[in-house]
Design a protein around this ligand. Structure first.
Ligand SMILES: *[C@@H]1O[C@H](CO)[C@@H](O)[C@H](O)[C@H]1NC(C)=O
Ligand SMILES: *[C@@H]1O[C@H](CO)[C@@H](O)[C@H](O)[C@H]1NC(C)=O
Ligand SMILES: *[C@@H]1O[C@H](CO)[C@@H](O)[C@H](O)[C@H]1NC(C)=O
Length: 264
């Protein structure tokens, strides 16, 4: 059964977003997708029964870690993020742990006062990478930032959709002004430099993006499996009691094209 915060994401998107409705008691200042995030929030939002019913306890094991090294405008990265990573995370989020590193095939050099970046798909891609790095840093929790990044990457214009996506999935941790300040300031520059270092430290070094590491490993075989059926990879490697979404044999999402953006 899907967890309640996840169903709430769906409800929220389709009902047009009336965040934080609660009848009396402690205020519910949380968007619906966070209502089952903690027992305090569930209580404030009068969602306790709903949350308890939707997330029965299961035997836990270490989550399967999936790291994605990508760049914001590479269409192969967008395809993987939108059609494999996000839906898999929605279905088996407690069996997996995601790390997103927006940078990809960019290059950096030290300028007089800060790092300067050159991106494969031009300055607009650098801006998209920066926005997403700032969201990840400022929001901290994948339940907050991943729906936002999914929203941007699935929009027709990634950079222009930031504001609309923040209205659709309003995070508690930061405002649009916070994100804008990060993007144009030293913090964003520092975060992008960190992503450059993380990407350059990859062993083997990446040859294309999306570059996927599962439990810290990248092989061509794992990459191919992940790009065609990430749900199957996570279900196969998870050692705990399998989430319901894993229990249908051969379940996977429709095959998506396995393109890459080559590093040049
Ligand atoms: C996205 O929108 C911005 C602002 O209107 C525009 O400058 C940019 O060219 C658009 N990008 C794409 C890929 O259409
Ligand atoms: C967001 O901006 C407000 C107003 O400037 C500030 O008080 C707050 O600390 C900022 N939050 C973050 C997470 O940077
Ligand atoms: C990752 O690599 C290590 C060492 O080569 C290996 O023991 C482990 O099974 C690999 N994990 C996956 C998920 O392939």
């Amino acid at each position: 059964m899907a967890p309640a915060w996840l169903l709430s994401i769906a409800a929220f998107c389709c009902l047009g977003g009336t965040a934080g409705i609660a009848l009396g008691g402690a205020p519910c200042d949380y968007p619906p997708h966070q209502w089952c995030g903690s027992s305090e929030i569930a209580q404030a939002c009068k969602a306790e029964k709903h949350c308890a019913r939707l997330s029965p306890p299961r035997k836990k094991a270490d989550p399967v870690s999936v790291s994605l090294y990508y760049e914001s405008l590479c269409s192969a990265c967008r395809t993987f993020l939108v059609f494999q990573l996000f839906p898999t995370w929605l279905l088996v989020f407690d069996a997996m742990e995601i790390t997103l590193v927006p940078y990809g095939n960019a290059k950096e050099k030290k300028g007089p006062s800060k790092w300067e970046f050159e991106c494969q798909h031009g300055p607009e891609e650098c801006l998209g990478n920066l926005m997403e790095a700032c969201l990840i840093h400022l929001l901290g929790d994948d339940r907050s930032y991943f729906p936002l990044i999914f929203c941007m990457e699935s929009s027709s214009n990634v950079t222009q959709s930031l504001e609309m996506c923040m209205k659709l999935y309003p995070p508690r941790e930061a405002t649009l002004a916070n994100v804008t300040a990060c993007v144009s300031g030293d913090l964003g520059n520092k975060l992008m430099h960190q992503n450059a270092q993380l990407t350059d430290a990859l062993r083997p070094p990446h040859k294309y993006v999306p570059w996927i590491a599962v439990n810290g490993n990248h092989t061509e075989e794992l990459q191919g499996e992940a790009q065609s059926n990430l749900l199957g990879v996570v279900c196969k490697l998870y050692k705990g009691e399998l989430p319901p979404a894993c229990q249908h044999k051969g379940s996977s999402f429709p095959a998506s094209p396995q393109d890459t953006c080559l590093k040049i």
